[in-house]
Design a protein around this ligand. Structure first.
Ligand code: NAD
Length: 447
């Protein structure tokens, strides 16, 4: 589903006009189809001396069906360039990045992947801390330089969490991460014991119950579809006014529909009762429901402020408190918040929305240690410009800027947000806790 400008650039006239005027040519991103190979070509695997991830990475790429090559060859196109930088303990050793990537960075296939792996800087000291922190500037820049829909990420893997990075590598080295670019992800040591590879990687959520709020349309409907594709029974929730569309989504994913306004004072109790009585609990909670009531601060009404903060933050906190206090969220449970780039960078006319979405990031920071104690996780996605009814209402010029001002020069699709959430929900992602990953095509806003 390309936007109109993107479609135009693929026509003979469009090709002519865009090259004459030097206009952006948004690449067609490779997206996940069941049964497709994860990458369009082999992965070139490299490491700085004394890296500690070589063994785990080899096993993980092998298991994912990715061909590994260890030395560059002339004329070869790579599906991915993967570099273990955990051996870099001195800033001078950053030269290893140049030595590995410089000769081959042009040989990456369309929609290819760059993944650099390091040690979380906050867990090491002295010069190693400085050198590891430097990896961020490198990977983010490579993301901005890559063409043809290729992306670049940094994964910080804590000492002892090597095996627990499998779900993250599978996600990043596949078309599921099409619109995730320039991100820094942490795989921690907590949760490594509960991380469990699913029996079938095509159905990792078999037997799980997932609640998705705001599921009648847009991003929420896509989340319901992807979690159901991965094997979960989805409880799709939305306000009664959306009842018709909600039933359609619930039927499509063979899940169940729950009409409920999450801001109602009895909503946490009714939700807890529903999940316990019908399903014996819940494994995955996705707080996707959200609203905007935009006005600059000087013109904003009290009700616009209150309703946004209530739907986007307060109601979610009340639901979490109830589901955790009554153990409705099962052991090894997952909570996923939906933040926004507006919550990271701020946005004119959205002081209420940005406060609520930054609050979602606060919710992740606050609850991550508590979730780890229960063997669970809490993480958030921060979508950038995603093609939905919400963004279709944005004035045309702002909409075009939102789309083109990113490394991938286009808006994302709801499925891109959904795939990222499915990675968090995977039972093998127990060591992925407290992350906020932007699904924004490395949007220049909020960078
Ligand atoms: P949308 O408006 O299409 O869908 C939101 C859904 O939430 C609607 O179905 C709505 O009925 C439901 N909802 C609203 N209030 C509710 C309540 N009180 N109780 C239960 N359900 C309620 O929006 P979308 O574009 O699909 O966005 C989904 C989420 O992603 C939101 O949290 C939004 O803030 C966030 N987001 C979207 C974008 C984007 O580009 N579309 C960017 C950043 C963040």
């Amino acid at each position: 589903m390309a936007d109109k400008y993107q479609q135009f650039t693929t026509t003979p006239l469009g090709k002519f006009v865009t090259s004459k005027l030097g206009l952006p040519k948004p690449p067609v991103l490779r997206r996940y189809r069941p049964g497709q190979p994860p990458l369009d070509g082999p992965a070139l695997l490299g490491a700085a001396p004394d890296g500690r991830l070589e063994k785990a990475l080899t096993a993980q790429l092998d298991a994912a069906g990715i061909e590994i090559v260890r030395a560059p060859a002339d004329g070869k196109r790579y599906g991915a360039l993967v570099f273990d930088a955990t051996g870099i303990t001195e800033p001078t050793q950053l030269r290893e990045l140049y030595s590995f990537f410089h000769p081959v960075v042009r040989d990456i296939a369309p929609s290819g992947r760059v993944v650099v792996l390091g040690t979380p800087p906050e867990l090491v000291e002295g010069r190693e801390r400085i050198a590891q922190r430097a990896l961020e500037g490198f990977t983010r820049t490579v993301g901005k330089e890559l063409k043809g829909g290729a992306t670049s990420q940094l994964v910080y893997v804590a000492d002892g969490a090597e095996e627990a990075a499998e779900s993250t590598m599978r996600f990043l080295l596949s078309a599921k991460s099409a619109f995730v670019d320039g991100q820094v992800i942490r795989v921690g040591a907590a949760g490594t014991k509960t991380a469990q590879a699913p029996a079938d990687w095509a159905k990792p959520l078999d037997g799980k119950v997932a609640l998705v709020t705001g599921a009648s349309r847009g991003i929420g409907a896509a989340i319901a579809e992807v979690l159901a594709r991965d094997g979960a029974h989805v409880v799709a929730l939305d306000i009664p006014a959306q009842g018709g569309e909600l039933s359609a989504v619930a039927n499509r994913v063979r899940g169940s529909a729950l009409q409920l306004d999450i801001t109602a004072s009895d909503a946490p109790q009714r939700l807890a009762d529903h999940l316990t009585q019908r399903h014996g609990g819940v494994d995955i909670v996705v707080h996707n429901a959200g609203i905007t009531r935009d006005k600059t601060l000087a013109k904003m009404s009290e009700s616009a402020w209150d309703s946004v903060l209530t739907v986007n933050l307060a109601a979610q906190l009340a639901v979490n408190d109830k589901l955790l206090a009554d153990d409705v969220l099962r052991e090894n449970g997952r909570i996923v918040g939906v933040s926004s780039i507006a919550g990271i960078a701020g946005n004119v006319g959205q002081s209420n929305y940005a406060a609520s979405k930054a609050g979602v990031i606060g919710m992740i920071d606050e609850a991550a240690p508590r979730m780890a104690e229960r063997g669970g996780t809490i993480n958030a996605v921060a979508p950038g410009f995603i093609e939905t009814q919400m963004t279709a209402k944005v004035p045309i010029m702002i909409r075009e800027f939102g789309r083109r001002l990113s490394s991938l020069a286009q808006g994302g699709l709801p499925v891109d947000v959904a795939e990222t959430i499915a990675w968090y929900a995977n039972p093998a992602s127990a060591a992925v806790n407290g992350n906020v990953v932007r699904v924004c095509g490395q949007g220049f806003l909020g960078a």
